[in-house]
Design a protein around this ligand. Structure first.
Ligand code: XCC
Length: 654
């Protein structure tokens, strides 16, 4: 590996390393193709940024007021007097606040889509009334009135308003979904720590407040605010976003098909990819694409209907509900455009890189933005507002047809790389497949399943493309670990064929037999990032069946390739629930690392830490029952997870 960062005890790949080490057979030819078109990719931009700033990597660069920026060490505090612990902690809290704002905005947009239907501004239907009624029972929304059953629209509206309140209320008071669904043991833990939140927005607001110049200078208190925010992150933003999507579009259902860049060569329709996180526009596009007028427009453009593809989390949503083939995750987006196969790329919210625009221009692909929060210079903006969704969708399809007409004869470069895949699972389908929580617990107790891990979060240029997720998943399957996955980690595992039944042969024999009996794939995709909710609820059901807490069970949250701030926030949320967290790369998350002894041999390392590092890697065990570990080498990370599972199993007498 080209770039060594001894202080972080890690290395980062250069372009050649990535192309040599990635498990993706599609990336090398696509990277070559981009180079031949004189189009730089993230591989080139990452090389150009090396060596990365060590203050930034440490989290010890303070830019939170106008006196600095200050580069803070123990012996050289910031101008205000802040030491490294305070700066690391405050910076981290701000990243998690940004993450909560992202998932919170996402939740708000979905709740608004529900309210637009219940208030008659948008035509329905609401395809997931079973979820709305399930939630209504839990958050005390009445299902009947005066002896008569209340209408779907009334129930859905009241549920959406409760979730909206949990997301946004400013005055202190309990968050209703949290108190309805979090285990009593957790609520008590949070109450004792005094970290029960008000709402996601209130805690984001307070987190930004506390990290202004001369405000919270006690890093331990800032750390507690981060736990408070993490609880609100999950119950006020992540879970409501996932549930709201189910109310709108229904629960996912198991699908099978093929995925990967090679799918872009299939079909002879107008080709559109959807990208982002909020499939409101994407769902409207799928519906409009069935209309006879739109099919006629495609035919007039010389195409046979419309072919849809998915990128990032909107891709996971469409895979889960419609079996739309996913193409790639965040790091693959410019390569997907570089294939030249796409007529249109329709983006909604988050993880849309500005780097796609020059590639789209070169290939004649039209890029359409659908939300004001997420504009791109040079793209066509077509707002996906409630009330105008079908019209906007028809216009976007029309633009895609125009692009198709213009692009006839465009040279394409689509590597013929696809993988068989399954998707569309959730906590309910997984439990049903195993025969219920009791049966799944019995498998875990007997050791047929050694533990459960969820492989989630993004991709990062700091490791070879998709390698950490793929290697780690294979290592965990070999050790008998039951894996769920979401987001861009899921894209990597889908591309590697690990969600196909055939990959069960990689599993430990007893896990393999259990999966075969259940008819489940070795790695189980459960949707987009916000659908980590499904893994959380699966694990909560298991803990309930075992009569214990999440922290007592062999469970691990694994972000092997963290990239977005949202990945930090999600890790913190699982940590607050008592689940150990493994980060596959030293992010400015405060955990101990190693540095070279000055004047010593190349491998002469010593531990470096600060009080915040010790807090999150050890002390949190005594307050929330879990900790954060960092291990960049996926083979070693799998070993560390396995050891932790063995300790947990011994403690349970299993
Ligand atoms: Fe974005 Fe969700 Fe991360 Fe991928 S995994 S880079 S957040 S698309 Ni959630």
């Amino acid at each position: 590996m080209r770039y060594r960062y001894p202080k972080l005890n890690t290395e980062m790949p250069d372009r050649a390393d990535v192309l040599r080490l990635t498990p993706s057979a599609a990336l090398p030819p696509l990277a070559e193709h981009m180079a031949s078109c004189n189009l730089p990719s993230y591989l080139d931009r990452s090389d150009a940024q090396q060596r990365l700033c060590s203050w930034g990597l440490d989290g010890t660069c303070c830019r939170r007021c106008l006196w600095g920026p200050c580069r803070v060490t123990d012996s050289n505090p910031g101008i205000c007097g802040a030491g490294p612990a305070q700066v690391v902690m405050g910076n981290h809290l701000r990243m998690v606040a940004a993450a909560a704002a992202a998932h919170g905005s996402h939740a708000r947009a979905r709740l608004e889509a529900i309210l637009a239907i219940t208030e008659g501004r948008e035509a329905g239907p609401l395809r997931g009334m079973d979820r709305a009624r399930w939630l209504a029972e839990r958050v005390d929304v009445p299902l009947s009135s005066g002896g008569a059953e209340r209408s779907d629209l009334d129930v859905a509206r009241d549920v959406a308003l409760v979730l909206y309140d949990d997301l946004s209320k400013a005055r202190p008071g309990p968050m209703r979904l949290l108190h309805a669904c979090a285990p009593p043991e957790r609520v008590e833990t949070w109450r004792e720590l005094d970290v029960l939140p008000t709402s996601t927005m209130a805690e984001v607001f307070e987190s930004l407040h506390r990290t202004t110049l001369g405000t919270d200078s006690d890093w331990r208190n800032t750390a507690l605010q981060e736990l408070r925010l993490a609880v609100a992150f999950f119950w006020g933003a992540v879970a409501p976003a996932s549930f709201a999507s189910e109310i709108l579009y229904g629960r996912p259902s198991p699908t099978s098909g093929e995925v990967g860049f090679g799918m872009l060569a299939r079909g002879s329709g107008v080709k559109l990819a959807v990208h982002g996180h909020l499939p409101v526009a994407a769902e409207a596009l799928l519906a409009a694409a069935e209309e006879p007028e739109m099919l006629a427009e495609a035919e007039a453009a010389g195409a046979d209907g419309f072919d849809f593809y998915g990128i990032c989390c909107s891709g996971q949503e469409l895979l889960a509900r419609h079996g739309v083939p996913s193409v790639t995750g965040i790091l693959g987006q410019e390569f997907a455009l570089a294939t030249g196969a796409l007529d249109a790329l329709v983006v909604d919210l988050q993880c849309v890189l500005p780097a796609i625009m020059p590639v789209a221009r070169e290939k004649g692909t039209i890029v359409v933005t659908t939300h004001d929060s997420n504009r791109l210079e040079g793209a066509v903006h077509m707002p996906a507002e409630p009330g105008t969704l079908p019209q906007a969708a028809r216009k976007i399809l029309g633009l895609a047809c125009d692009a198709h007409r213009r692009r006839v004869g465009t040279v394409t470069c689509v590597p013929s790389v696809t993988a068989p895949a399954r998707g569309g699972f959730d906590d309910e389908t997984i439990l049903e497949a195993f025969g219920g929580a009791g049966e799944l617990l019995a498998l875990l107790r007997r050791g047929d399943i050694t533990g459960l891990a969820t492989l989630v979060s993004c991709n990062t240029p700091k490791v070879p493309f998709e390698r950490s997720n793929v290697v780690l998943a294979k290592e965990l399957l070999r050790r008998g670990v039951l894996i769920t996955t979401t987001g861009c980690a899921a894209h990597a595992l889908l591309d590697a064929g690990l969600t196909a039944d055939a990959a069960r042969e990689l599993c430990a024999p007893r896990l393999r037999a259990a999966l075969e009996r259940a008819g489940l794939p070795p790695v189980i995709p459960v949707g987009a990032c916000v659908d980590n909710t499904r893994t959380m609820f699966l694990w909560l059901r298991l803990a309930e069946a075992a009569g214990t807490s999440l922290s007592a069970l062999p469970l691990f949250y694994v972000g092997a390739e963290p990239g977005n701030e949202k990945a930090l926030g999600m890790g913190m949320a699982f940590l607050a629930h008592g689940v150990n967290v493994l980060s596959g790369f030293p992010i400015p998350v405060p955990v101990p690392s190693a540095e070279q002894v000055p004047g010593g041999a190349a491998d002469d390392m010593r531990r470096v830490a600060n009080p915040v590092a010790d807090f999150f890697s050890g002390e949190t065990v005594s307050i929330v029952g879990a900790r954060i570990m960092v291990e960049p080498a996926p083979e070693l990370a799998a070993g560390a997870i396995h050891m932790d599972f063995r300790r947990k199993r011994w403690a349970l007498g299993w």
